[in-house]
Each structure stands twice: as structure tokens, then as C-alpha cells.
Ligand binder design. Sequence first.
Ligand code: SF4
Ligand code: SF4
Length: 617
Amino acid sequence: MSRREILLGNEAIAHGLLEAGCTLAASYPGTPASEIMGALIQLKKRYGLSCHLEWSINEKVAFEVALANSYAGRRSAVSMKQVGLNVAADPFLSAVYTGVKGGLLVIAADDPGPHSSQTEQDSRLFAHFAKAPVLDPSSPEEAGNWIGAAFELSERHEIPVVLRPTTRICHGRQDLETRPLVEVASAPLFEKDPARWAATPKFRYRLHEELNRKIAAIADDEAFAPKLLNPDALEGRERAGGTGRDCLVASGVALAHATEILQDLGLWNRLPCYQVPMPYPLSHRFRDELFRTCDRVLVLEETEPVIELQLQNRKKVLGRTNGTVPSAGELLPETIEAILRDFAGLPQIGGVQGSVGAGRRPTLCAGCPHRAAFFAIKKAFPRGIYPGDIGCYTLGLNLGAVDTVLCMGAAVSMAAGFYHAYRNAGGKPRPIAATIGDSTFFHAGIPALVNAVVQDARFVLVVLDNSTTAMTGHQPTPAAGRTLDGKPVPAVSIEELARACGVRHVTVGDPYRFDHFVELLKDAGAHTQGDQGGVAVVIARRPCLMDRSHPRDWERRSVIVNEKCEGCAFCIKHFECPALELQGEGQPIRINASLCSGCGVCVHVCPHGALQLEPRK
Ligand code: SF4
Ligand code: SF4
């Protein structure tokens, strides 16, 4: 029986997957997609389902696990954030050629803005490049409701289908209808067909021809055909003078904003508005109809001109390619309103603006062990080069302890690159201290570390091991020794992995034991400079304070500000613990007891000795 629930977009997607009989879902955490897997595990527990769910080690692995389940004839899903699709690009592009058996949904959640990502890349454009159909829901309800039809589309044409929600869909809430979840009883059936599943280049060429035929057929598959949302507007357009034969074409959140704004501006009954649920491949019938019946076509879509690029008529089409729509950033409601006012010849109340920049800069939590590790790194290697990586510890930027951030695992490869750059130039080697989180180390750090070792690079790699994937909601890493639903499994040791990668100097320390940790770093630095030296790994192990699954076992110490405080703010500028607060110019700082975690690390920061541990009573 169906019922109504208020769900987050990601929860609606999870519900839609299980309503449609998905038997396996795999993911690597990444905002804005992470809650899909979180909701799946809740539903699995609540209804005692047998589907296999996993937080995989990275998106490529997640994709391959889901693909094999699909080859065996069972509905499968893999979810990730948009940059995760870069990691999964290799199997994704090949899977589009081989095709699938059981429906395979690739859920790539985009982050226009971007709010918490390295790039604003548009997964619809990626799907176009890969030649995979892509769906662009405009609400949480559509994101969940489309999944059954998406699986059918995937199975009908034997091709992976991409579902591309954006941040506003993933994290928006809506009152929507949910239906009963489906358990699939049929056994898996993998039919051997090496010409397809293990195709050599000659067969791949034939598969490409077959793929082209599939894409042409999908373009005019009625399941996700474009639709006119306001048919009355066709008549209204003819009656209203001045707008000519104009129409609006939109998809995703841009469509949701546009429909509201058209109604507010009184344009709903005179500007035809088409929704394009499947931006690629664009319906050929729709394209031809548009050009036959319209003089001007305004296209609103995030983030790249995917629909526009398939409307090859530059004289009629207005959008990103001719500058009508800003070329970067989210299409916020005020931006869309300004564009629509221009298009309809209405007076402006503002101007066409791109996305606004971020507000207050984020900072690590009070007592975060990463802050202690970063401060220790700067102390041990004051002239160091600090390659950083992706995670909450990217905020080491604020502390001057992160010089580069590129993509998952790049800290390790870039540290090696910096080493080779300085060594080859014959100058005095600079200390290099790279940082990477525990989850990121498993995700993409290991191959980079193997490479650095065998290429004889020398640097200190600090693995910031807070025993979780903190930034995305505390998903377990392979070192946790448990799956996402708490089942015990073998734990993979970071230190043993580092040794297996060929690193001869591996130590583990607690960054809260500040002086000891600085010594560990210096020892590691000495190893990198020694005759027999190489890469040194120091594991900074201290659980994330926000992860309640770990004991809060450190001795909490009260820190007091003594009379030596000059109010110079050195501690605030260079350590940036949110519990350290300025009181006013020339005034001593104070410690906000409601924020302070009692880690005691700040006593090592003040150059005047003004911060001290309160004596034990
Ligand atoms: S505690 Fe030390 S570093 Fe911080 S403001 Fe006072 S004197 Fe400056
Ligand atoms: S003890 Fe110092 S460093 Fe630790 S949370 Fe409190 S103010 Fe911040």
C-alpha cells in the first residue's frame, strides 16, 4: 500500500531503488550523495531486506561490483558525487559499450555552486561523452519516482542509465508518495558471452556501432520524452503581442525554479514551458518540433549547455552558449527571474547575476586532532612543502599547513613530484610533508604510495587517521573491521599496508601527545634525508571527536589564560581553535568553555606561555 512521507531527496532515491527491486547498491561517500546509502541501510534494517549494500573503497570499485550484479541479471545501483564519476570513468565508459542485463542505475549527484566540491562538472555532459542516457529530475519526488522507469529503460536497451540529481534535489525535502518495497526472489543468472562481456578491440568496435543504434532508439523512447507543462500557453502565446513564437526549455532544479517564477510573473499562460527529463540523448522529434514551431528557444539547465549543444541552431537558441545564461555557478531563483524578465521583455528589478560566493570560511572543530597534527607538522618542518588532500582536513589550508589540494590521493603523488622537481634541480632538498585522511588513503593513496616508493621519492606522509570518513557522515573505512550495518569483517591495517607498499619507516602517534608527535615527525624527516632513506609514513591516530562510535577516552584538561597573555592573537591566527576567542584589542583572549573539548593542545601554541593547563586538584 502506498503512503505519504516527507523525505529528503536522497531518501526518496533510496526508497525508489528498493521499490523497484534493486538487489545491490554500492557507493563511496561524497556530498551531496552520501545519504542515499545511509537511507538504504535504514530501510534494509527496518524491513529485513536481503539486498547487498556496501561502502566500497572507491567509486571505481563500487561501479564494478554493481556492474557484475547487473551482468548476472539483477537490478543494481551505484551512487557517488560528481567527482566520483571521474574515478569510476574507466568502468563506466566500458560498461556503456558492453551493456547490461539487470537494470543498472548510475546515480551521480552534481553540486552546482559548488557547495562542497572541487569542481562544478556536469554529469549530464559526462553521460553524453560516454553515450549513456541521463535523467535530470527537478524535485525529490521525481528523483524517487523515476527510478522504476529508469530501470526499465536500462533493461529495454541493455545500457546503464545515469540519474543526475543536484544538491538542491538531494538535500531538499518533499511530501511525496512512497510504495511498498520489493524483494526479488529470482536467482542470479550470468550467461556467458565473452564476445560481449570480455570483448577484444574488434568486438568493441561492433559494440560501439550497436551503442550508436541504442542511443538513436533511446532518443525517441517515450518513457522520458520531453513534455509541455502548460499547454494553454500555446494559445496564450499567440494572443499576447510582443513575445512572438517563444518558448522555454528547462530541466532539473532550473525547471522547478522557472515554473514558479513564470507563475509569479504572469507568464505561465503565455510562455510554453517544456520539461526535458532526459537531456541526453535529446529526442529528435522534440528538437525538430521546436525548430518548426518556435522563433526563440530559451534553455535553462545546470551546469553545462547539454541540451543546448544538441539544439544545433544558434540563431534560435538562447542560453549559456550565447551568454544569455551565466556560464558558471548555480542558477539561483533570482538569476532565473532576471533571465526570464529579459526574455519576456519585462522590466528588470535587478540584473543577471551568477552564483554568490561562499560566506564565512569553515574551520576544523574545537579539539579536532587534525589541527594538532597540522600544527605539529609546521613545527617539525617549518620550511616544508605541504601537499594536502580531499577531506575535512583540507581545512589545514587555514592553518598554512596545506599548500596544494587537487583530487583524491593527489597529496601522495604530488609530494613525489615536488621531491623529483627539487632533486633534479640539484638544489638543497626542502622537507616535504604530505597529509591524507584514512579513508582517502584507502581510496586512492595506496597506488600513489607504491609509485612514490619504487620511484625512490623521499617525503613524510602523514596519514590523518581519525578512524572514520568524517566529512561525509562517519562512514566506516576498511580499517574499522565492520560493514555499514555493523557486521564484523577483517580490519585492514594502515600501518601494515604502508609497509606492504615498501615503506620502511612507519610510526603511529597520537597528535594530542603533541611533543611526542613532533618528535615522531622529526624522526620521519630524518629518515627521508638519510643515506638509506625513502618515504616515511607517520600515522596520526586519534578518533574524530564527532564520531560517537569511539570512546571519548582522552584526559580532559582545563586550559587557563594567565597574565602573560598580550592579546596578540597569534594563537587564533595560527591555531584557529574555535574555542579561543578575542575579547577586544589589547585584551587577553578567553576560552569558550562550551566549545572547548579539553584536548590541551593549545598550551603548545602560545609563544609567551600564556596558555597553561590548570593544575590538577
Ligand atoms: S594566548 Fe598567547 S598567542 Fe594567544 S593572544 Fe594570548 S599571548 Fe597571544
Ligand atoms: S583545550 Fe585548547 S585547543 Fe583544545 S579545544 Fe580547548 S581551547 Fe581548543
